[in-house]
Design a protein around this ligand. Structure first.
Ligand SMILES: C[S@@+](CC[C@H](N)C(=O)[O-])C[C@H]1O[C@@H](n2cnc3c(N)ncnc32)[C@H](O)[C@@H]1O
Ligand code: SF4
Length: 457
């Protein structure tokens, strides 16, 4: 039985998107995108949904004091904390431009601070940023505010300041507890630091503490993954991300240069790490949420999966759905459901555009009818492991060809195809990205010449 599963992992472990959006970023049609089209798609979405469900805000805070050499995020390394104030002012200015565009006061349903390292900023500056947003908006019912904390520099003052303005969820980057791995990824972070940051958050009143761990890191062995999960068990975070290390050295600005490809686990070992990690996490009591996220039964992410409310956007899986998400800060992506846009990545360029009162987006995609239908199917599959259609609803011309493509996966028992429905089996859940790829018409019409995506496992 195990052997059969192994061969499935080998068969389906190909380069593929993570589907935090459809179309995926490399397939955005920048040529037909314009700032004006983006603004009107956001206005339309906002008018339809703000009073019903509110909007989500993602704020990218890009600074880190030290470079972790595995990191694929957009960050700027500096020890100069004088960068904080100008950046906060710029983000608030960008928010102001969006407020001018929208007709009503936004209701904030979700707010997430990502990075880089949000806790690079002083507690006072973070408070100034959040208050600047809250003073100009309303809170939606059951709002959820969360941030990414670096265990090495998240202080009691950070946690308290953010708690005071409504944050109840924090996720900490852990990666792996082994010293050899930590040295290779240039991130020395003893267990005591994670323990301190986790316990502090709980003491202050955070209701959900998450940890990010990664398999497939340089020099990482099966024993390291096992030990990391044993340590994790001691702290029992409410949520857990168990990411596959995405090796993307071709992305400009990724710091993935500090070790050689030969130091990475073989695909075979990586697969074993994944299998072992999943098994151990289940034994500890974690439930798998969609793809690569886990949660205890008491966490809101688990509850929303049970209620069918799970949603997926650029932040990954989220417990509540909003139609519109505004991304502020360098490189942030915004999503109006009808369109996507991405901000410029360079800090100087970001400041210059804002100085001229221009919303600093530089590319994006406006979805056509076909994109919107496919987007819905991919979201259904990623969040609910099933999708449905009828001759009048969510049908698209090439659906019969998609179903033919899925036949092989059906005979591998990864899914069941019915007249108007596809259901992913338990066995098929780890391969949901592969199933979505069958729906990804843009990927099929133009296969990439070079590798764009990391491996699915
Ligand atoms: C922006 S970082 C977290 C916040 C904070 N900067 C920290 O490092 O603790 C978000 C998470 O992305 C994940 N991540 C970053 N680069 C990755 C990569 N190349 N492959 C897989 N996961 C990655 C890490 O687990 C990391 O904790
Ligand atoms: S992992 Fe976190 S702290 Fe390290 S470079 Fe990336 S964003 Fe910065």
């Amino acid at each position: 039985m195990l052997g059969m599963h192994n061969s499935l992992v080998n068969k389906y472990n190909i380069a593929g998107p993570r589907y935090t959006s459809y179309p995926t970023v490399p397939y955005w049609d920048d040529a037909s995108f314009s700032l004006e089209a983006w603004k009107s798609s956001l206005k339309k979405s906002f008018d339809e949904s703000n009073s019903k469900e509110g909007i989500s805000l993602y704020i990218h805070l890009p600074f880190c004091e030290s470079l972790c050499t595995f990191c694929g995020c957009n960050k700027r390394i500096t020890k100069q904390h004088s960068v904080e104030s100008p950046y906060i002012n710029a983000v608030l200015k960008e928010w102001g431009l969006y407020l001018n565009l929208l007709n009503d006061k936004p209701f904030i349903k979700e707010l997430h601070l990502g990075g880089g390292t949000p806790t690079f900023f002083s507690p006072d500056n973070l408070k100034k940023l959040i208050n600047g947003i809250l003073n100009t908006s309303e809170l939606a019912d059951n709002y959820e505010f969360s941030f990414e904390g670096h265990p090495n520099n998240t202080t009691r003052e950070h946690l308290q300041a953010l708690y005071d303005v409504g944050f109840r969820r924090v996720s900490y980057g852990v990666q792996d507890y082994n010293e050899t791995v930590q040295k290779a990824i240039h991130r020395i972070q003893p267990f005591e630091n994670v323990k301190r940051a986790t316990e502090l958050a709980r003491e202050i009143g955070y209701t959900s503490v998450g940890h990010d761990i990664i398999f497939g890191l340089p020099f990482q062995t099966l024993e390291h993954v096992e030990q990391t999960i044993l340590n994790t068990k001691e702290l029992l975070p409410d949520r857990l991300a168990f990411y596959s290390y995405a090796h993307v050295p071709w992305i400009k600005g990724s710091g993935q240069r500090g070790f050689s490809d030969a130091d990475l686990p073989s695909p075979e070992l990586k697969r074993k790490q994944y299998e072992l990690g999943k098994k151990r996490l289940a034994e500890v009591g974690y439930h798998e949420i969609g793809m690569d996220h886990f949660a205890l039964q008491t966490d809101s992410l688990y509850k929303s999966m049970q209620n069918g409310n799970l949603h997926r956007n650029f932040m990954g899986y989220t417990a509540s759905k909003t139609q519109a998400m505004i991304g502020l800060g360098v490189s942030s992506i915004s999503d109006s459901w009808y369109g996507f846009s991405q901000n410029v990545k360079g800090i100087e360029e970001y400041y210059n555009l804002l100085k001229d009162n221009i919303i600093p987006v530089y590319r994006g995609h406006i979805l056509n009818e076909e994109d919107l239908i496919i987007r819905k199917h991919i979201l259904n599959l990623m969040c609910q492991f099933k999708t449905t259609w009828s001759s009048t609803l969510n049908y698209f011309e090439e659906l019969p060809e998609v179903l033919v493509k899925l036949e092989e996966m059906e005979s591998d028992k990864l899914l069941i195809i019915e007249a108007n429905k596809i259901e992913v089996t338990k066995k098929g859940q780890p391969f949901v990205r592969n199933i979505c790829m069958a729906f990804d018409l843009l990927l099929q019409r133009k296969q990439p010449d070079t590798q764009l995506f990391s491996m699915t496992v």
